[in-house]
Design a protein around this ligand. Sequence first.
Ligand code: NDP
Length: 434
Amino acid sequence: KKRNPGESEFQQAVKEILDSLVPVFEQDPKYIDHSILERMIEPERIIQFRVPWTDDNGKVHVNRGFRVQFNSAIGPYKGGLRFHPSVNASIIKFLGFEQIFKNSLTGQPIGGGKGGADFDPKGKSDNEIMRFCQSFMSELSKHIGPDTDVPAGDIGVGAREIGFLFGQYKKMRGGYEAGVLTGKQVGFGGSLARTEATGFGTVYFAQEMLKGQNDSFDGKTVVVSGSGNVSIYAMQKATELGAKVVACSDSNGYVYDKDGINLETVKRLKEVERKRIKEYVNEHPNAEYHEGFENIWSVKCDVALPCATQNELDETSAQKLVDNGVKAVAEGANMPSTLEAVDIFQKNNVLFGPGKAVNAGGVAVSALEMAQNSARIAWKFEEVDEKLHEIMKNIYKNSMDAAEKYGEAGNLVVGANIAGFLKVADAMIAQGVI
Ligand code: NDP
């Protein structure tokens, strides 16, 4: 805390990891002897830069850009870019730190990184977005590359932004390097199923959690927070598996549709028209809109999938879910539940899947995009989806096995942290004190 003052999100992410690694340090003191943890919590490099851009009226604005290159022990830095007004060093560091363990869990050769800017894409024209992306990439391009650091999307950065960023990278470097960004459109090097990967992967993971109790999504009532990239495809896969998704949200409020959320409407509103979720009720008058995104957790459900943002689900919300009989909570977003909320789920025997395991499908398919780019080939949708499904099953199994081995059977928080940690820690020891 002394070395990272005011960085509450980063401190929260580090505390969760520290608590779960205690049994590892007790069984194997070599990790202490090599000061692995002290080294791991210190980013290899942080780049912060000025991003000036001009709006459509000619006014100049300045935002702050970041890239945290956290850990390259097992592969090039890999992690998304977030454009949201709340972005600061603490948020980018927490995301980059979590990314190290998540990427290790995927079994793919990728290190941990994250970046973004405190830029608010809401209400900006396409041209303003393009000029911002160009200014951002003019600086970032000096620090990334297909074999060193490969950014992707996150909150506020989707296919449109990745396209503009890719174009500017190409211009700065004087040529096409497909592998420098993932989440590209399919027409210029993107992978099929990358758009769906995080949401689908979230549901594949939750499916494994339910299977462990001889249960399934069939007939379940599901609540999914958010209505962005992760949420939309989590809703789609849960529905395909026989569940009824009754609520979703954005940062202003949530919609409840007892007949089941109409996904075509949500996709059009959010992906094409870029409108607010409250517009949903104009087309579905039987549905209800409620102000306040956190109130979504008072909707009764069997499975809750928080897919919006960090700390969106606190202890009050967790208690409401428990009182309403929730069976499973799987985090599609990064760190959406506070530490207190996680405690409530675990004490009440709710199946709980932590973000770094549950939402690892996105970055896993990003690694598959890198592999396709390097080999200059393109796999079919079904082929990528099948690989994603296999990866999610493995992450679940490896996390459960690690939890059991270290005396915390069934605790996926501990299991995922330990399984992710060991591979990176062993690589760091093998590479010496660097
Ligand atoms: P999007 O920008 O597509 O969607 C984000 C959604 O969350 C929107 O509905 C947004 O509402 C809502 N939201 C954002 N900030 C807040 C806030 N402060 N309070 C309440 N709601 C908020 O992002 P993604 O779907 O890509 O990302 C969602 C989460 O999943 C993030 O935690 C991200 O880090 C994580 N993730 C994403 C991956 C990916 O592949 N995209 C991979 C792994 C994790 P509004 O429109 O009102 O802002």
